[in-house]
Design a protein around this ligand. Structure first.
Ligand SMILES: Cc1ncc(COP(=O)(O)O)c(C=O)c1O
Length: 478
């Protein structure tokens, strides 16, 4: 870890020095440019990204807060939103905005539901939301921020939302029900039609979180894949979020949030009329909004178009199918659920899947590790079309290596102590002495990382794990 003391610069630093510093720092980040990362980044290729960046740069200092000062960027937002409304089968009543990302879109959807319910159901004093257990944590952030009560309903064995159990969780204070298209952890589609029917029957708002799927599913459908309806074409859907900065291939900082009608969207806006600074109204959660991100999203939609997105979706799905087939064929690992699009997870009953993860990391691949049960998550996008074969070979050999390895069980008490130690960033070697392996030839770092994730799994549901994550965040941003 860098120990350099940072000071506010006395004088401006030279361009060269700043650039060298930035590039040097970036060397530590995941190497997504060569397709080695199955998470976080979605890249449309050099040609498109260059054009998108040019448009991003046109607006790179601009503020989308005040549409009267910047009608140009307001028009760009409006055009991008209209394109999305058409893509998601909204009628002429559907309204929306571009937000800064999936989390903001979800925060907005939840705030809107709360404020709309306050208006139409003033008798509800303690509003409540029903979500499936696979829903993105942004919803819990939203419930916390907006003070909403919620029920988490366990997904079914196929990892999809359990519509009936969700129905049973609805009570007199319920205002909103949520489903994902698809869920992030396993890439499976919740039964949107069924939940839409329940929402209609119970007269509830129904949000579809298509943050990750919104800019992949319609194009897969266009390419001939059998994709269930998930958008405003489904009766009962009242709002939908879809991230432009994921499979929309726009630069970070762009998502779209859409509502069935303008009346509902009004509850999204914030207005304060008593300020000395003037009457203040803002459409989304942020005040100042980056014009560049909105312009970048608009540029992505315009430059890639239906034909480009469909071509990229088809190629990405073909790559996904190759990887899926390999996972199904390899003995010792198994695909989780039946993912409909280009994200998936695999687990193992007999092997430590985090040892496989460590082996793949050593070969330069990056992805998310999941829990409950331990699994490896892959978000496959266009950039992976050229590296799939290499990944498949590395996956096969990583599983073989993992078969040679087995982590001995350590007691829960010891695990707690170790994880606490890790939160204080003990050198990896410190924990190595607490564990033993059957194959001493494996590198210590492999044992340590797998052990750490194993311990985190064992600590599930304890306050120690929560505390450890808080400590980690505190240290990371210190
Ligand atoms: C289904 C789903 N919803 C919401 C989000 C949150 O999006 P963001 O990270 O842009 O805030 C994600 C992110 O992966 C997601 O997959």
């Amino acid at each position: 870890m860098e120990k350099t003391k940072i000071h506010f610069p006395e004088k401006g630093i030279s361009k060269e020095e700043i650039l060298i510093n930035a590039i040097k720092k970036k060397e530590k980040d995941i190497d997504w440019g060569k397709g080695r990362s199955f998470c976080l980044i979605y890249y449309p290729g050099e040609e498109k990204s260059k054009l998108i960046k040019e448009v991003f740069d046109v607006y790179y200092y601009d503020n989308a807060l005040n549409p009267t000062a910047a009608p140009g960027i307001a028009a760009i937002e409006s055009e991008a939103t209209k394109m999305c409304i058409e893509l998601f089968h909204g009628d002429e009543n559907v309204r929306g905005n571009i937000s800064s990302g999936g989390t903001e879109s979800i925060l907005l959807a939840v705030k809107t539901s709360r404020d709309y319910a306050k208006k139409v159901h003033p008798e509800i004093k303690n509003p409540h939301v029903v979500v499936p257990s696979s829903v993105h944590p942004a919803f819990f952030k939203a419930f916390h921020c907006f003070g909403l009560d919620f029920t988490v309903v366990k997904v079914k064995n196929d990892l999809r939302a359990d519509a009936l159990a969700m129905k049973n969780a609805i009570h007199q204070n319920t205002i909103l029900i949520v489903a994902s298209a698809p869920s992030y952890p396993h890439g499976v589609m919740d039964p949107i039609k069924e939940i839409g029917q329940i929402a209609q029957e119970k007269k509830l708002l129904f949000h579809v979180d298509a943050c990750i799927g919104g800019f992949m599913l319609p194009f897969l459908k266009n390419a001939g894949y059998d994709i269930p309806d998930f958008d405003f074409s489904v009766e009962g859907v009242t709002s939908l979020s879809a991230d432009l900065h994921k499979y929309g291939y726009s630069p970070k900082g762009a998502s779209v949030i859409l509502y069935k009608n303008g009346d509902l969207r009004k509850s999204q806006f914030s207005v304060y009329t008593g300020w000395n600074g003037g009457v203040y109204g803002s459409p989304t959660l942020l005040g100042t909004r980056a014009g560049s991100s909105i312009a970048g999203a608009w540029a992505a939609l315009n430059s890639i178009g239906m034909e480009g997105y469909t071509r990229m979706a088809k190629a990405t799905m073909e790559t996904t199918n190759k990887i899926k087939k390999t996972i199904v064929e390899i003995e010792g690992i198994e695909l989780m659920g039946k993912p409909e699009m280009t994200i998936l997870a695999f687990t193992s009953k007999e092997l430590d899947v985090f040892v496989i993860a460590d082996e793949l990391n050593k070969k330069g691949w990056h992805f998310e590790r999941q829990q409950l049960p331990p699994s490896i998550h892959l978000t496959i996008n266009f950039i992976h079309c050229n590296v799939a074969e290499e990944f498949i070979e590395d996956l096969k050999s990583s599983v073989e290596n993992a078969k040679k390895f087995s982590l001995e069980k350590i007691t829960n008490k010891l695990q707690t102590g170790l994880v606490k130690g890790l939160s204080k960033l003990l050198p990896e070697g410190t924990i190595a002495k607490y564990q033993s392996t059957r194959d001493e030839k494996l590198e210590a770092s492999t044992r340590n990382k797998a052990a750490m994730y194993g311990m985190m799994g064992a600590l599930q549901g304890t306050s120690d794990l929560n505390e450890m994550v808080l400590d980690f965040l505190d240290k990371t941003y210190s």
